[in-house]
Write a protein that binds this ligand. Structure first.
Ligand code: PLP
Length: 442
């Protein structure tokens, strides 16, 4: 049905790499396939399952809403649950005062672009190279990745990119005083690129100097993922807008939230005839609001922010210890449970020939030689961090246990060791993937 009525190419991809196992059940950090085999999920639905799949507290909250006779989406009314969720979110970000709710990450980014332009009266938006902000037109306009942009241009005018971690380039871009907002992921999701210690505080200072609003896209990094409620807390930065989505949904009901300062919000919703100047029919719906409230409660009760910091440090330490032993392994980086494992060209001639063959056929294919056996042999679901990337990203539910950390360590060690054996099963897999790619393009 999927191949016939939905995305046929996705079905082909899953079959080619052997991921068509037909998942039947999800519980916490685990997935179960059609044969009942258990998998450890290090993808967590692109970061939405911070509290794990099908958390009982979330279920109860949603059932509670369904069993009630709440009026929901009256529109000419204000909902209690939205007020409660806004208040609970702002408790975590006390320097901000207002919340705007949306239905997805991209929709939250769209709101940020409109609010920045509306509040400053300026046309420009600056973002970083290699960023990811979503695939709707405004969000896509903030990204320079040709894989996503190609075929869809022209995009929104006035959007430019500066290299991540380049304060001089940022200053040059902002100095025109025509830039409404600088939007940045505190840690870039694509590639798990880390900011230098100076970058975010420096960017905040430049934004203040030139009257540009600083927008932190914490859609992936927020709500505990990096071991703090917001990733910007690692660098003591207080943005003018904070964007959240993904994990706030509890994995059940999509929701996005833009948190900002009162004076910015009031410029948009400035008088009664502008009370509905921006919004969306389903935003603030009771199920989404209840999901958000329950998610924040679980995160607090189960101390998941602290847990993310602790487990993340354990995994990074274990993986970092492997680096000197494996010439294809370059670096392990990240914060909390947002971890990147980077691979790169080998030094020895023995491996070089195989690496070059693979990379010439398809840049970034090497990482599939790690993720596919992790999945097939070790039952770990993980992802390559972007097109042509040499980094594998670990984004597990924040509820993973010490035992899961050992599972990750053993599996990575085994698969990476196998990738250093030429000839060997891993490089045969590489050949199969290349042959497949060639056959498809023929
Ligand atoms: C940092 C960031 N911003 C925005 C988005 C877009 O969110 P959504 O897919 O919910 O539209 C994503 C999604 O991966 C993201 O990682």
């Amino acid at each position: 049905m999927h191949a016939r009525h939905l995305n046929e190419q996705l079905v082909r991809v899953l079959k080619t790499i052997g991921y068509d196992v037909g998942f039947q059940k999800g519980q916490g950090q685990y997935l179960f396939d059609r044969d009942g085999v258990r998998y450890l999920d290090l993808l967590s639905g692109f970061g939405v399952f911070a509290i794990g799949r099908n958390h009982p507290a979330l279920r109860e909250a949603l059932k509670g809403v369904l069993d009630s006779d709440f009026p929901n989406l009256v529109q000419l009314d204000v909902s209690t649950l939205a007020g409660v969720l806004a208040e609970r979110l702002l408790e975590h970000v006390p320097y901000l005062d207002k919340v705007f709710f949306a239905n997805s990450g991209a929709e939250t980014v769209e709101a940020a672009i409109k609010f920045a332009r509306g509040a400053t009266g300026r046309p420009g938006m600056v973002s970083c190279s290699h960023s990811f902000h979503g695939l709707s037109y405004g969000a896509l306009s903030l990204m320079d990745d040709p894989n996503f942009r190609s075929g869809f241009e022209p995009l929104l005018p006035g959007c430019t990119q500066v290299p991540y971690n380049d304060l001089a380039a940022l200053e040059q871009a902002l100095s025109s005083r025509q830039v409404a907002g600088f939007i940045v992921e505190p840690i870039q999701g694509k590639g798990v690129n880390m900011p230098t210690d100076e970058f975010l505080p420096g960017a905040a200072a430049l934004c203040r100097k030139y009257g540009t609003l600083l927008i932190a896209d914490e859609i992936q990094t927020g709500i505990g993922r990096t071991g703090k409620f917001l990733a910007v807390e690692h660098w003591n930065v207080e943005p003018d807008m904070v964007l959240l989505a993904k994990a706030l949904s509890g994995g059940h009901v999509p929701v996005g939230a833009l948190l900002t300062r009162k004076h910015i919000f009031d410029k948009i919703f400035s008088q009664m005839d502008r009370a509905v100047v921006h919004g969306s029919t389903f935003a603030k719906n009771d199920l989404a609001m209840a999901a958000g409230i329950a998610t924040l409660e679980v995160i607090k009760q189960e101390k998941l922010v602290e847990q993310a910091a602790r487990r993340g440090a354990e995994i990074r330490l274990a993986l970092t210890r492997m680096v000197p032993g494996y010439e294809l392994m370059k670096e392990v980086r990240g914060k909390g449970l947002m971890i990147g494992v980077e691979f790169g060209p080998p030094k020895s001639l023995r491996l070089k020939a195989s690496w070059n063959l693979l990379e010439t056929a398809n840049k970034g294919l090497f990482c599939q030689l790690i993720t596919v056996p992790l999945f097939k042999d070790h039952k770990i679901l993980t992802q390559v961090s972007g097109h042509g990337s040499h980094t594998i990203k670990l984004l597990p539910p924040l509820v993973i246990t010490e035992e899961d950390c050992r599972w990750i360590e053993t599996a990575f060690d085994d698969v990476i060791a196998a990738s250093h054996k030429v000839p060997g099963a891993i490089w045969s897999l590489g050949k199969t993937l290349v042959d497949n790619a060639v056959r498809k393009s023929a």
